[in-house]
Design a protein around this ligand. Structure first.
Ligand SMILES: NC(=O)c1ccc[n+]([C@@H]2O[C@H](COP(=O)([O-])OP(=O)(O)OC[C@H]3O[C@@H](n4cnc5c(N)ncnc54)[C@H](OP(=O)(O)O)[C@@H]3O)[C@@H](O)[C@H]2O)c1
Length: 249
C-alpha cells in the first residue's frame, strides 16, 4: 500500500470519523485526534472491529493550542514510525453576518479553520520535509470558490484562504516527493450542518466519505467531492451572478 500511516485531525465526528472508517477498511494505520477523547476511544474500538490488523493511536488535541499540535503530530510519528499522509480536517462553522455582534464566533471560526490549519500544515510539513516524503491533504470546501453571506461569510473566507495556502505549499515543494492536495467537499451530512434542513445536493456521511477518500487517493492538486455534481458545479458557481449566490446561504 502506498500511504499506510494516516493522521486525521477532527476525527471524533462527521467527515474525519467517516474517512477513518474508510481507511481502516483498506488496512491503514491511523493516528486520530480531536478534543473529545471519549468519542475517539469509541471510534478506536469500532475501527479495530472493522479491521483488527490496523494500528490505531489516538490523542486529545485542541488545534488552537498550537504548541500541542506540533507535540501530538511528532508523538504520532514516533508511535507509527513514519507518517505517510496528514489530513487537516478539524473545522467549524459558527458565525453570523459581519457587524451584527458575533465577532467572537467569527473569530473562533477564523482561528480554528485557518490559523490552526497553518499550525497543522507546519507540523505535518516539518515531518514530511525530514522524511522527504508524505502527502498533505487540506479539507477546504466548495464554499471556497465564492463569498457567501450570513453564517457562511467568515467560514467561506477561511476555506478560500486554505485553498490558497495549499497551493502555496504545493509550489514550495513541487519537484520533490512531497505531495499537497486540497479537497473541496460539497455538502455532506455531519454535525456541522445537522440543523440545516435544505442543503443542495447533500449526501449522507458514508457516501460523502467514500467520495472524499477516493478523491484523496488520486492525490490531485485540487478535487471536488462527491465529484458529481461538484466537479462541474464549481465552475458554474464561480461565474454565477451574486443574486444566485445570495440564495445559497
Ligand atoms: N460536512 C460538510 O458538508 C462539509 C463541507 C465542506 C467542508 N467541510 C469541512 O470538513 C471538515 C470536517 O467537518 P464535518 O462536516 O465533519 O463537521 P463535524 O462533524 O462538526 O466535525 C468537525 C470535527 O472537527 C473537530 N474540531 C472542531 N474544532 C476543533 C478544535 N478546536 N480542535 C480540534 N478539533 C476540532 C471536531 O472534534 P472535537 O469537537 O471533538 O474537537 C470534529 O471532529 C471541516 O473542516 C469542514 O469545514 C464539511
Amino acid at each position: 500500500m502506498k500511504r499506510r500511516n494516516i493522521l486525521i485531525t477532527g476525527a471524533s465526528s462527521g467527515l474525519g470519523k467517516g474517512m477513518a472508517i474508510e481507511f481502516a477498511k483498506k488496512g491503514c494505520n491511523l493516528a486520530l485526534c480531536a478534543r473529545r477523547l471519549d468519542r475517539l476511544e469509541e471510534l478506536k474500538t469500532e475501527l479495530l472491529s472493522i479491521n483488527p490488523n490496523c494500528r490505531i493511536v489516538i490523542s486529545s488535541l485542541d488545534v488552537n493550542d498550537h504548541n500541542r499540535v506540533f507535540e501530538v503530530f511528532r508523538q504520532f510519528r514516533d508511535e507509527l514510525g513514519q507518517l505517510d499522509r496528514v489530513i487537516v480536517n478539524a473545522g467549524m462553522g459558527k458565525g453570523a453576518s459581519i457587524g451584527t455582534g458575533y465577532f467572537h464566533a467569527n473569530k473562533q471560526t477564523a482561528e480554528t479553520n485557518f490559523v490552526a490549519a497553518i499550525a497543522q500544515a507546519e507540523a505535518a510539513m516539518e515531518i514530511f520535509r525530514h522524511q522527504n516524503f508524505g502527502h498533505l491533504v487540506n479539507i477546504s470546501s466548495i464554499s471556497a470558490v465564492r463569498g457567501f453571506r450570513r453564517a457562511m461569510t467568515v467560514y467561506a473566507a477561511t476555506k478560500a484562504a486554505l485553498t490558497s495556502l495549499s497551493e502555496g505549499i504545493r509550489i514550495d515543494v513541487m519537484h520533490t516527493p512531497i505531495k499537497v492536495s486540497c479537497i473541496h467537499p460539497g455538502f455532506i451530512r455531519s454535525e456541522i450542518n445537522e440543523t440545516v434542513e435544505k442543503v443542495p445536493f447533500i449526501v449522507d456521511t458514508d457516501t460523502g466519505c467514500k467520495a472524499l477518500v477516493k478523491a484523496i487517493e488520486k492525490e490531485k492538486a485540487n478535487s471536488y467531492a462527491p465529484s458529481w455534481p461538484w466537479a462541474w458545479l464549481h465552475w458554474l458557481l464561480r461565474v454565477a451572478p451574486v443574486g444566485v449566490v445570495r440564495q445559497m446561504s
